[in-house]
Design a protein around this ligand. Structure first.
Ligand SMILES: [Zn+2]
Ligand SMILES: [Zn+2]
Length: 369
């Protein structure tokens, strides 16, 4: 089958529309007609700094759509179902998977085709194109392993469903699962993009009573209040953000979340926790970057620094859970979607995301212009 796709031909080469051939689903693969595909910051990282993705590649890992066909060994997904495809790749067989830690799977490559099998995507001239993260969502059609595919209610809007696949499980999961926020806890969130706003949602769902939202852009602070922030701190370069958080919380927060991926804001996050508090690293740092930590100080202050992957989420359980919370009016996803765009607009939309003014753009139009 043919599909239009937004292809990154080489590192730093940007996004180009191409017609690609999609193979038939084999094994436990699911063929999805993509109805919505979110533009996550990680795709921009992959396109510009690598993240280990080989090129040419179709990026995109916040995918919602309708199942068109399934491979002969697929057991849990059927044609016609509305689904989310997520980048959490897990084998289902390893020790981590068998103990409900699919986000720590030791054999994620089990979800993609082996080198001796035909590629999922190829150009008309036969060149293989990588379907990145096993989702390849910047295309009208995609193949994904059924472990990465989760059914969602038919009446869930596709743009909302797409965001569940990365921003929500990453952000809300970080608060609920990884940091284990409890009723009455205090939380600070640095960086209020799609993921940061979902950290606020997760903290609110978990019962945090003080949620401090921090960003350099004032318009994002107003947005954060709609997700449940109880206080906001404008990181305008004028005021001492760490001192402001200590003052608001009487000695620091229980949990700080860094959702930008910068050394300076990571240091701030550590310093704004209370004695015994934890700092949760979500933002993606530039490859090779480091931060200085005084281990003696960590020990005396009993502080924890935690690296988090995908909000420690088991997608098969968590995505339906968030869908229900949204439908009950308890999880704000509508305000995450800044606008719906066409596949041809990916490059422009990422330029806007780079300058940091929008929460999430979601592709909902895959047709040729
Ligand atoms: Zn993402
Ligand atoms: Zn596994």
């Amino acid at each position: 089958m043919r599909t239009r796709a937004s292809v990154v031909t080489a590192l730093g080469a940007g996004f180009t529309i191409e017609e690609l051939e999609v193979d038939e689903p084999i094994g436990r693969e699911v063929l999805i007609e993509v109805k919505a595909s979110g533009l996550c910051h990680s795709d921009l990282h992959a396109a510009t700094t690598g993240l280990g993705v080989p090129f040419p590649a179709v990026l995109g890992h916040e995918v919602a759509g309708i199942v068109l066909a399934v491979g002969p060994e697929t057991t849990g997904i059927v044609p016609g179902q509305h689904v989310v495809a997520s980048l959490v790749q897990f084998c289902g067989e390893c020790a981590a998977c068998r103990t409900d830690r699919t986000f720590q799977c030791t054999d994620p490559a089990a979800t993609v085709r082996r080198p001796d099998q035909p590629p999922r995507l190829r150009r008309p001239d036969g060149t293989a194109v990588v379907s990145a993260f096993g989702t390849g969502g910047f295309a009208g059609l995609t193949l994904a392993h059924e472990n990465q595919v989760v059914p969602v209610p038919d009446d869930l809007p596709f743009p909302v469903a797409a965001i569940l696949g990365c921003a929500t499980i990453t952000g809300a999961g970080a608060a609920i699962h990884s940091a284990d926020v409890r009723v009455g806890d205090s939380v600070a969130v640095i960086g209020l993009g799609g993921v940061g706003l979902n950290v606020i949602s997760g903290a609110r769902l978990a019962g945090a009573t003080t949620i401090v939202a921090i960003d350099a852009q004032e318009e994002k602070l107003a947005l954060a209040r709609r997700f449940g922030a109880t206080h906001v701190v404008h990181a305008d370069g004028e005021q001492d953000v760490v001192a402001a958080v200590h003052q608001l919380t009487g000695g620091g927060v229980d949990h700080a979340f860094e959702v930008i991926g910068l050394a300076a804001t990571t240091q701030d996050a550590i310093r704004m926790t209370r004695v015994g508090g934890d700092t949760n690293l979500i933002g993606i740092h530039r490859p090779g970057s480091t931060i200085a930590v005084d281990p003696g100080d960590l020990l005396i202050s009993q502080r924890t620094i935690r690296g988090i992957y995908m909000g420690s989420s088991n997608i098969k359980a968590d995505i339906p859970r968030y869908a229900r919370l949204y439908q009950q009016g308890r999880l704000n996803l509508d305000d995450l979607i800044a606008r719906e765009i066409a596949l041809d607009d990916v490059a422009d939309a990422y330029e806007e995301l780079r300058t940091g003014t929008t929460a999430r753009s979601v592709i909902t139009d895959f047709a040729a212009r």
